[in-house]
Design a protein. Structure first.
Length: 92
């Protein structure tokens, strides 16, 4: 069991702490991995999140995202890399 919460859950919980009902969809997308460095299908997930936060005037939180507070951890990156069969074959 991981010692820390996954980044996407830390993001969702931090967004919930803003107590803004307008963020409900963003929180749901965060939990679904839409803004996650490795789970998303978006080309620039954090830029998308920052834009959505700025539209709702959550400038301080957008700054936290820009400053890397919700970047994937090294462990998450390593887990993703280990799950990529094509990359495993390339590096073998």
């Amino acid at each position: 069991m991981p010692k820390t919460l996954p980044t996407k859950e830390r993001l969702a919980q931090a967004l919930e702490e803003l107590h803004d009902p307008r963020l409900a969809e963003i929180v749901a997308r965060a939990r679904a991995g839409v803004y996650d460095d490795f789970e998303t299908t978006l080309p620039f997930p954090q830029a998308t999140l920052i834009g959505e936060l700025v539209e709702l005037s959550h400038f301080k939180f957008a700054s936290r995202v820009m400053n890397g507070e919700f970047d994937a951890t090294e462990e998450e990156g390593n887990a993703w890399l280990a799950s990529q069969q094509v990359l495993k074959e390339f590096f073998e």
